[in-house]
Ligand binder design. Structure first.
Ligand SMILES: NC(=O)c1ccc[n+]([C@@H]2O[C@H](COP(=O)([O-])OP(=O)(O)OC[C@H]3O[C@@H](n4cnc5c(N)ncnc54)[C@H](O)[C@@H]3O)[C@@H](O)[C@H]2O)c1
Length: 347
């Protein structure tokens, strides 16, 4: 049995981490904690476990093998470092952390303490994305030339556990807006699908629609468009938005020398391949998770398998750091109006 503690009992803990741990035969949920004591107690009762007084209290429990960190972005680094130092393996939600230096320290601390650090980049684990990568590698649409990847929904206020206090809109708690909240998923996904790394970025971000409780524009971006140039020379763009007030868009389209691959772009088929000669191949694999429809993400199965088999996670801190560097480069590009080289990013 792997003994797990869950830090933060908000939305992602309630719709993903806790139910997926609870249904895993090799896991015992040792306990939960939350800065809002009442929330921790309520969730603990639901999962027949204990509510620790704080995450520090949880980390002193020798029975806890590993923790999930499901708190607001600004606290990811601090809690991860303390958990690793306390000897726990850590699954931390995305975005990994809020500065380059924090991400670096998380990677170094995991290495030094010999503990696993995995980041919750669930898009890599979506079944159609796994299949799409396989098809790309087989050369199904030839050499990839360009791509479009989109992640847009109506905003975190329609997701949040506490609808009167949307920390996602508060710069000091979230640090980032839509670019890092949603863009981090697509930035990671593109590197995964194409087995490539982002080399240069040109991005524009804007706060176009969201208002805080006082009616002022929020302190972070709610829309972003970025152009990525990959090491191999592929160029493509990522569009992210918290103001797509219709259906959520979570699609990725890859264009190759032999045709195009549409992933999660069709309500009935998770992958559609269109060849230059008019031939179409349809794959009905699964439906992408949306804010309203959460099914097994695969994140907890993957994490527990690493812990059980003592195999370091592929979606490690080191791997996520590549994604975060591209996100930091995009934000720097939006700030300066210049193309930013990911390697040349100032730390
Ligand atoms: N992988 C994904 O698809 C995905 C989706 C949504 C959210 N997330 C990420 O998950 C994290 C949490 O987001 P959420 O939507 O669940 O937010 P949320 O506000 O619903 O939940 C956060 C919880 O953490 C608690 N908390 C804050 N500081 C704490 C501390 N120091 N100790 C204990 N508890 C603390 C809060 O009281 C709250 O209950 C964010 O980083 C977010 O980006 C990931």
């Amino acid at each position: 049995m792997i003994n797990i503690g869950v830090i933060g009992c908000g939305k992602i803990a309630q719709v993903r981490h806790l139910p997926e741990y609870a249904s895993h035969p090799s896991v015992r949920i040792s306990g939960v904690c939350d800065a809002e004591k009442g929330r921790a107690v309520e969730v603990a009762e639901r999962y027949h476990t204990k509510a620790y007084a704080s995450y520090e209290d949880m980390l002193t429990d020798e029975n806890v093998d590993a923790v999930s960190i499901c708190t607001a972005n600004h606290s990811h680094c601090e809690i991860t470092l303390k958990a690793l130092e306390a000897g726990k393996h850590v699954l931390c939600e995305k975005p990994m952390a809020v500065t380059y230096a924090e991400c670096k320290e998380m990677v170094e601390t995991a290495k030094r303490t010999g503990r696993f650090l995995m980041i919750g980049h669930n898009q890599r684990l979506a079944k159609a994305h796994i299949k799409a990568k396989e098809l790309v590698e087989k050369g199904e649409i030839g050499r990839i030339i360009t791509f479009k990847s989109t992640f847009g929904h109506s905003g975190p206020e329609n997701w949040a556990v506490d609808k009167n206090n949307i920390w996602f809109f508060n710069k000091s708690a979230a640090s980032f807006g839509a670019m890092a909240d949603l863009g981090v998923h697509k930035t990671d996904l593109i590197q995964f699908l194409l087995s490539d790394r982002i080399k240069e970025v040109l991005a524009v971000t804007g706060t176009l629609d969201k208002k805080d409780n006082q009616g002022n524009a929020i302190g972070v971006d709610d829309n972003a468009i970025c152009i990525y140039k990959l090491e191999s020379g592929i160029i493509g763009n990522i569009n992210v938005s918290w103001s797509y007030y219709g259906e959520e868009d979570n699609s990725t389209i890859l264009y190759g020398t032999k045709g195009c691959m549409r992933i999660y772009d069709n309500p009935d088929y998770s992958i559609v391949i269109e060849k230059g000669n008019g031939q179409k191949t349809l794959y009905a694999i699964d439906k992408i998770q949306t804010n309203d429809r959460q099914d097994n993400s695969g994140v907890i199965d993957c994490w527990v398998s690493c812990l059980e088999n003592k195999i370091p996670p592929e979606i490690s801190g080191e791997e996520a750091f590549y994604t975060m560097k591209a996100v930091f480069a995009a934000l720097e590009s939006a700030r300066t109006g210049h193309i930013i080289s990911v390697d040349g990013l100032e730390v």
